[in-house]
Design a protein around this ligand. Sequence first.
Ligand code: HAM
Length: 422
Amino acid sequence: MIQLVRGFKDILPGEIELWQYIEDVMRGICEDFGFSQIRTPILERTELFSRGIGATTDIVEKEMYTFADLKNASLSMRPEATASVVRAYIEHKMYARNPVQKLYSMGPMFRRERPQKGRYRQFYQINAEVFGLHSPKIDAELILILMTLMDKLSFSDIILNVNSLGCEKCRPAFKEKLQTYLNERIETLCPDCRRRSAINPLRVFDCKVSSCQESLEGAPTIVDLLCEECQNHFSAVLDFLDRFQIPYQLNPRLVRGLDYYTRTAFEVLASRLGAQNAVAGGGRYDGLVKALGGPAQPGVGFAIGLDRLASLLSDRAPGFVKRPNVFIAALGSRAQDRAFVWLQTLRFEGIRTEMDVEDRSLKSQMRQADKSGASYVLIVGERELEEGVAVWRDMSTKEQKTVPLEEVVTFVKKNVAGSASD
Ligand code: HAM
């Protein structure tokens, strides 16, 4: 048997309905907040990610699926969507029509991380990105969107972490201070962090090695070194979160694993998820559009990990599986043929209908009807055809009544009306 590639997974019927539900809720919210959908390809030029996410991030250094295509261009499976959406914004000159663009997207991402519960090599994200707006109102609005989704999905045990990462004016001084701090403890750092501390010291905050984490206790934090504009921006974001009554925790160590962030950074954590506890993350990236060759337009956005969100809701999954309204149990070839036409007619009427076209025994068909979770069963056999009626059985009350054959479709429509669209 040929098996799945490690770290990849199938999403099967029974689970997928929950995924679709989450996607539908998010689509509805995004559209209410004025976002339009964008779909970008899974494959991009490697350079987009090395320049966009940062050449010294774990994602770019270790986790991308990269290969040379026939003409030797280096291509990569996208590890995230933001760089691609920025590329599309620039490539299609979307900014020329209107610099303010609010875009959302959904789809698979690929990172060659060590697989474990909640961490896959192909996983799914829902992204929202806003271009062209500096205002802290937009940072708060994006967090509001995220929390609205959590609310609509009835999550309670989640924590929102927020931080500010400063800007190109105030971050260099912070980096320098952090570097000095790390240099004083260089022996306690893992080999990766020794290297990182020289080129990209913020990345040390992401390191999972305990000695590195211990060394960071007492490290300078960026919030203490923000310039006045960044400070005001951050205070305004927090002020709006208060006004929206969104609880949050300030986390001065939240740096996020991608290099493009400036100012606001946030993450939604769910303790129930265990080690891989981030359900969503995002922030502002005011320099990215320009760094990728576009105009100096700011950006801010987030991504939700759909796999993790769905796993948090998995106990609710059976509730989203659509059950037939009606199961037709037809016995004998004449009844089967007549029922097969009803089956299609009822489906066109928007009534979810199933039948067994293999003409199995009544007992077997009733078992199938029961298993399918159908609300009603329509029974028709040779005897019923002779009598000119079919039997209508309500599966919850077990009540039965007869319906004249010519009236079957109108009768079913009348009796199932209302439940057809749930
Ligand atoms: P990220 O924090 O790398 O951010 O990913 C966002 C979310 O994707 C995570 O919080 C997590 O739920 C999910 N995720 C990441 N890696 C995996 C994995 N290996 N398996 C399962 N789920 C995973 C970004 O990707 C940024 N592009 C977010 C953003 C958009 N920032 C601004 N705009």
